[in-house]
Design a protein around this ligand. Structure first.
Ligand SMILES: C[S@@+](CC[C@H](N)C(=O)[O-])C[C@H]1O[C@@H](n2cnc3c(N)ncnc32)[C@H](O)[C@@H]1O
Length: 169
């Protein structure tokens, strides 16, 4: 299970990296919220040259990255939430975003509601991750987060998921 998750995470990172590089640059102090095993965190750190700290409910990092239990407010240039929000119930999603805005400028990447996205998360749920399937469309996020600039991430036709990037204005 871990091997497959690791592999799909690396593929996702390859697809997302050109977009992430537009918003995170070398030397940025970045907090990766909801880092899980840190596979994506490591890709972001390597792909951008940023200084990256990780945080989550518990430390399950599988890579040599700094895990911060209680991050410091205002310490970061950017706060990343990659595929975290659709693991949170709908009524709490905006509160979570507002909370993390106190730590730095928030950049969110989340997945659009497609059949493949539901299937991938069914797999996550079997793996023990809380999965309420609270995906939103671009229009749905625009209503929920009016002070964010939201765009679709460019992907190839062969790639099965669709992603949105939302950057705090
Ligand atoms: C699907 S994993 C994403 C891991 C990684 N960001 C990635 O893109 O591969 C979702 C993670 O979000 C974390 N998470 C869920 N709700 C959270 C919250 N309110 N605050 C911080 N992390 C949260 C979970 O513990 C889990 O590790």
């Amino acid at each position: 299970m871990g091997f497959i998750r690791n592999m799909t995470c690396r593929r996702r990172a390859t697809v997302l990296m050109p977009t992430i590089r537009k918003f995170i640059v070398k030397g940025d102090k970045v907090l990766d919220v909801g880092c899980d095993t840190g596979t994506m965190s490591l890709e972001v750190k390597r792909g951008t040259g940023c200084l990256l700290d990780c945080t989550d409910f518990t430390n399950v990092l599988k890579h040599p990255l700094p895990f911060i239990d209680k991050p410091e407010m205002g310490k970061y240039d950017k706060v990343l939430l990659i595929d975290v929000l659709h693991h949170i119930i709908e009524s709490e999603q905006v509160n979570v975003v507002k909370y993390w805005e106190r730590f730095g400028k928030v950049i969110i990447i989340d997945t659009e509601p497609t059949m493949t996205a539901y299937l991938v998360d069914l797999f996550n749920e079997v793996g023990g991750m809380p999965t309420p399937y609270t995906f939103r469309t671009l229009e749905g996020w625009e209503l929920a987060l009016p002070d964010y600039k939201i765009e679709k991430v460019k992907t190839s036709r062969l790639y099965p998921l669709k992603h949105l990037i939302m950057v705090q204005k």
